[in-house]
Design a protein around this ligand. Structure first.
Ligand code: ZN
Length: 161
């Protein structure tokens, strides 16, 4: 099964409309999900990275929950993507996935450090399990427990303020 066949199959099985795009924002492919339609805007998955991004956007549709906050929505979509990967993914692609999730975390923690309204999951929130899962796929030597992840990032970001 090719990347494209798998993505098309998932969308067909779940009644998700695909809007193909070829636009980029810097190095990151423009992509999105509209859970209520339901639809995804994705690139033709010609490589494992675009395949992973497509899975993530489908994950947004499949896991959409009104009560979720942004970091929870992102983590749920990645978790769904991890569960539904059918083709081998390179560490470089896992690193991009981890970087994407990390950038949301960093943005939220920076807001919190500045005293602005921000939702950062507590130490024992399930979010950190997904965060560490992606970290371990990206960097197989990484050895952190979810409960420490939050404190580690706060430490790094606070030291830069
Ligand atoms: Zn997302």
């Amino acid at each position: 099964m090719t990347y494209t066949e798998h993505i098309k199959q998932l969308c067909e099985d779940n009644g998700i409309h695909i809007e193909w795009t070829d636009k980029y924002i810097g190095e990151w492919p423009l992509a999105g999900a509209l859970p209520k339609v339901p639809a995804v805007q994705i690139h033709e998955p010609t490589n494992d990275f675009l395949y992973m991004v497509a899975l993530h956007e489908i994950g947004h549709v499949m896991t959409d929950t009104k009560s979720d906050r942004q970091l929870e929505r992102e983590a749920r979509a990645w978790d769904w993507a991890v569960d539904n990967v059918k083709v081998d993914i390179t560490p470089e692609t896992w690193q991009k996935a981890f970087t994407a999730l990390s950038s949301y975390v960093a943005r939220m923690i920076k807001r919190d450090l500045k005293g602005q309204a921000a939702f950062v999951p507590s130490n024992d929130h399930w979010f950190w399990s997904v965060y560490v899962l992606l970290a371990q796929f990206a960097f197989p030597v990484v050895d952190i427990v979810p409960r420490q992840a939050r404190e580690n990032i706060y430490g790094v970001l606070a030291s830069r303020v």
